[in-house]
Design a protein around this ligand. Structure first.
Ligand code: S3P
Length: 442
């Protein structure tokens, strides 16, 4: 049986203009469902991301006996079952393409009384899991995989967990969150220290659901044995989705774009710092406090960019933005250097390789390094690129095409639905030249 592959054909459109919003934050949507499911009482989540990744998380909790209603798109009513109310699922729990679902759930499921198996798609099945398995084992969890580090993960229930102090070797919010979620079920205190602060949504949201957590940039500490209280959550727009529109409006002459209610937590907005250092014109209006960090409206105007040596300290704060940052750099004047970003090799694809090979196919001058890349800005020509099944690589090349000298064919874009299902329609309405290619078989 042949699988129908989805491809795009993108080309320069018009100057971008519009006043719009982007779908809900993916990281916050995952965490909202997880904590609401374990809470006592009901929670309403507004602005929930209707993406394949976050729907996979919701489906996993449904499979463990949690009633989740969807009265309208982007709203979920979660009927919490309490800390010990989950039921053994009949089948493997399918995380799809989502590393966040798999890593956070591995911690949470390590504390249950029943066994589970976590699986995922081909991309997720290649991603490293030892980074969560090792600290969870140190807490007393029984967690295994056939090759010792890649999914599927088998988690045995009925273990008593103990709190640990964990000095994480990698700046990863997923690793930190897995350990903290296991810590909810552990005896004593669980404390995580990070080599560089990462997004603190798990900490903020645990506090919002009534679990005492001590946290500061780079550290978090909690004690097991409390309970979570259901509450309403308003999910802000996902900065990582806004990033594609921000870079496109910056690159296309004449563009002015207003993006409403975007989450602008500093642990997510490193791209704004990087683009501003390159000369971008991005303003924040009406900055306000949300349950998961500050929210603002962003106004982006076209501006010419110049290359920079990206400070390594910014890397974790823009970890999901490198595909589109590489496009900004390729359209800037001069050289951009990225170092200290080896984590990009273990994302949904090897994003260093994916961006270097795609840019090279469009005539860009890019040198791949083990932990980054060197990009000479210049012109991009027409050509064909592969997204390697990576949603952010696909959307980044749709942005690149807005500045290319002709058509860019982008292969294998179906996974855009994991994080930003309405990207194609929204981008086109704002001015992108972007069409679905006639169906091909793969
Ligand atoms: C995420 C953390 C980051 C990020 C991912 C979402 C999260 O991953 O890349 O898209 O929701 O905690 P790492 O923890 O692997 O850096």
């Amino acid at each position: 049986m042949s699988v129908v592959r989805e491809d795009w054909v993108a080309a320069p459109g018009r100057a971008l203009s519009g006043d719009t919003s982007v779908p809900g934050d993916k990281s916050i949507s995952h965490r909202a469902v997880m904590l609401a499911a374990l809470a006592d009482g009901m929670s309403r989540i507004d602005g929930f991301l209707e993406g394949e990744d976050t729907r996979a998380t919701a489906a996993i909790f449904s499979a463990m006996g949690v009633r989740i209603d969807a009265p309208s798109a982007s709203t979920r009513i979660v009927h919490g079952v309490g800390m010990d109310g989950l039921r053994a699922p009949a089948l493997l729990l399918d995380c799809g393409n989502s590393g966040t679902a798999m890593r956070l759930l591995s911690g949470l499921l390590a504390g249950q009384s029943f066994d589970t198996v976590l699986g995922g798609d081909a991309s997720l099945s290649r991603r490293p899991m030892l980074r969560v398995m090792a600290p969870l084992r140190a807490m007393g969890a029984a967690i295994d995989s056939d090759d010792g580090e890649r999914p599927p993960l088998r988690i045995a229930g009925g273990r008593s967990l103990r709190g640990i102090r964990f000095d994480s070797p990698v700046a990863s919010a997923q690793v930190k969150s897995a350990v903290l979620l296991a810590g909810l079920y552990a005896d004593g205190a669980t404390e995580v220290h990070e080599p560089h602060p990462t997004r603190d949504y798990t900490e903020r949201m645990l506090s919002a659901f009534g679990w005492p957590v001590e946290y500061a940039p780079g550290m978090a500490r909690l004690v097991g044995g409390h309970r979570l209280r259901g509450r309403d959550i308003e999910v802000p727009g996902d900065f990582s989705s806004a990033a594609f529109l921000i870079v496109a409006a910056t690159l296309v002459p004449g563009s002015v774009l207003m993006l409403r209610s975007v989450g602008v937590d500093p642990r997510r907005t490193g791209l704004l710092d990087a683009l501003r250092a390159m000369g971008a014109d991005i303003r924040e209006l009406d900055r306000r406090a949300g349950a998961c960090g500050p929210v603002a409206d962003l106004v982006v105007r076209h501006a010419p960019l110049r290359g920079i040596a990206l400070p390594e300290a910014l890397v974790p704060d823009m970890i999901d933005e490198f595909p589109v940052f590489a496009i900004a750099a390729a359209c800037a004047q001069g050289t951009t250097r990225v170092t200290g970003a080896a984590e990009l090799r273990v994302k949904e694809s090897d994003r260093i390789r994916a961006m270097a090979s795609g840019l090279a196919a469009l005539g860009g001058r890019v040198q791949e390094t083990s932990d980054g890349m060197v990009i000479e800005g210049g012109r991009l020509r027409a050509g064909s690129v592969d997204s390697f099944g990576d949603h952010r690589v696909a959307m980044a090349f749709a942005v690149a095409a807005q500045r290319a000298e002709g058509e860019v064919a982008i292969a294998d874009v179906a996974n855009v639905a994991t994080s930003f299902p309405e990207f194609e329609t929204l981008a086109r309405a704002l001015g992108f030249g972007l069409e679905r290619a006639p169906p091909a078989s793969a």
